[in-house]
Design a protein around this ligand. Structure first.
Ligand code: HAM
Length: 500
């Protein structure tokens, strides 16, 4: 019995030791306050244990260290380097003036040409783009960001706006509205292509569509809208290229002629063009590789093979452009990289063939609505890449003015000054008067420095004394002259001074 109880005691002792050892690990994160009694470390008590009997628990007193109490240690974190994914970019505050300007001009032009804003989802059913943008396009074959949800749905981030807008047109019964329906949008689109200058994986487009009109006037109005935007942005150097790629009546005939031409040169084609030859021979004309471009330049031209309707349609488009004195270059190799186009196609480049790529592109797509089970509805549209337009504005050294900065700056001093200042700032806001501030800066020197940097004409200085006396100091930043005025007269005084 006695033997048994001593074994149990030893087992208990070992168990306690294990726990103590574990606790020691935990204790390394915990510092006892000086003066407190703490249990001696497990290691110590384990080393001095006596045979048979469990060692007595020993305690030691933590002595207060001399001098200052040690500061609590700062927690340390494992550092992870995080960067934006390749091919995407931030739009920093100093860049925003370009974006604001473009957004403003796009919406102004849209209103004056009778377009209404639409916003479509960033992701849609993958089939919308496979069918809409086209199975044989680079966008669908190589560039789409796709994902499956937990529920098994297959989605894609929009690589362009047109299929989404057409879906919305059908889904919301816009065919019942007076035709054509003129829509515009602006936002990010996503394409997984090789990042390089002017080529991003997330980039922004503004996009205009006229749905429900086959008349060449709509082709020309779409072109007019984009040219109006570029002109309002003061972009000086750009060239407009145009072509017609016919309709399902004349294209098959042209494709036959094209295929027989390229069959003689198959060995000279690049890898992608070998695929295009089988899948979509029209796209052979669109290849950017030098050896393929040389072949395209000598290829038969679609303009010679257009059916009568397409020929007349295109003729009228060109006549209207002449009427409007919009200069253009006829480009028989221009076919565009998307499958839905019919008849008119066009692009605007700063300089054809430069690394930046086209500034914008579009065309007519008379069969897309019908393809999505809508009734036959002709349409035309285009989209511009905002990053490329900004790059072009910078390249052509076109200055975009900053938003007008406030002419008045509020300086507050001390607790009272800050509290009354916050209220006064709100009074300025409700009167619609722009006023600068630096509430987080306590000193007059640092606040004056900011006011000066922001180009303020007048500063209003509100200290403890001014608050108690219901006054405010108005300082002219150019002359340095200061005057104390009654707080209730501050708005009149400012108006008077700014008028001078
Ligand atoms: P898209 O030619 O594919 O047409 O693109 C239009 C514009 O988007 C290009 O001209 C270019 O400025 C810009 N862009 C294209 N890819 C990139 C990229 N990786 N990085 C930066 N900018 C880029 C369309 O998207 C059609 N949905 C246009 C349309 C509307 N057609 C009829 N309606």
């Amino acid at each position: 019995m006695a033997l048994q109880s001593s074994r149990i005691a030893r087992l208990n002792f070992e168990f306690i030791n294990k726990i103590m050892a574990r606790k020691k690990i935990i204790k390394t994160h915990y510092k006892a306050k000086p003066g407190r009694r703490v249990r001696q470390s497990a290691k110590l008590s384990a080393g001095k244990k006596k045979r048979g009997r469990p060692a007595k628990r020993k305690t030691r007193v933590i002595k207060a260290k001399r001098g200052r109490p040690s500061k609590p240690r700062k927690p340390t974190f494992a550092k992870i380097r995080i960067q934006a994914p390749r091919g995407v970019h931030d739009i920093l505050p100093e860049e925003q003036k370009y974006w604001d300007k473009i957004r403003t001009i796009v919406s102004q032009v849209a209103i004056s040409y009778g377009f209404k804003r639409i916003d479509v989802p960033v992701f849609e059913d993958i089939n919308l783009f496979i069918k809409g943008t086209g199975q044989t396009t680079d966008i669908v074959q190589k560039e789409m960001y796709t994902f499956k949800t937990k529920g098994g749905e297959h989605f894609a981030l929009r690589p362009e706006f047109t299929p989404g807008i057409v879906r919305a047109y059908i889904e919301h019964g816009m065919k019942n509205l007076p035709q054509p329906v003129k829509l515009y949008t602006l936002g990010p689109v996503f394409r997984h292509n090789k990042p390089q200058a002017g080529r991003y994986r997330q980039f922004y487009q503004f996009n205009f569509e006229i749905i429900g009109d086959a008349n060449p006037v709509s082709d020309v109005q779409t072109i007019q809208v984009f040219i109006a935007i570029l002109k309002k942005l003061n972009l000086k150097k750009f060239t407009f290229y145009i072509n017609s790629i016919g309709c399902p009546l004349c294209v098959p005939q042209y494709k036959k002629v094209l295929v027989s031409y390229y069959r003689q040169h198959l060995s000279k084609l690049c890898f992608d063009c070998e695929r295009r030859f089988k899948e979509n021979p029209l796209r052979l004309l669109d290849c950017k590789k030098e050896k393929c471009k040389r072949l395209a330049n000598k290829s038969p031209q679609i303009l010679d093979l257009l059916c009568e309707e397409c020929h007349n349609h295109f003729k009228e488009v060109l006549e209207l452009l002449d009427e409007l004195e919009i200069p253009y270059i006829l480009d028989p190799q221009l076919v565009r990289g998307l499958d839905y186009y019919t008849r008119t196609v066009f692009e605007i480049w700063e300089e054809k063939g430069d690394a930046l790529g086209s500034l914008l592109g579009g065309g007519r797509y008379d069969n897309l609505v019908e393809m999505f089970k809508g009734k036959s509805t002709p349409a035309v549209g285009a989209a511009a890449g905002i990053e490329r337009i900004i790059a072009s504005l910078k390249k052509q050294d076109i200055k975009i003015s900053e938003k007008e900065k406030p002419k008045i700056f509020l300086i507050q001093l001390g607790e009272l000054g800050k509290r009354r200042g916050l209220k006064l700032f709100e009074e300025f806001q409700s009167k619609g008067i722009k006023i600068g501030e630096a509430f987080s800066k306590p000193s007059i020197k640092s606040q004056l420095k900011i006011a000066d940097k922001e180009g303020a004409q007048l500063t209003l200085i509100l200290g403890q004394r001014e608050v108690l006396e219901d006054n405010i100091i108005i300082r002219d930043m150019t002359s340095g002259a200061q005057e104390t005025v009654a707080l209730e007269r501050v708005f009149q005084e400012i108006k008077k001074r700014l008028k001078k």
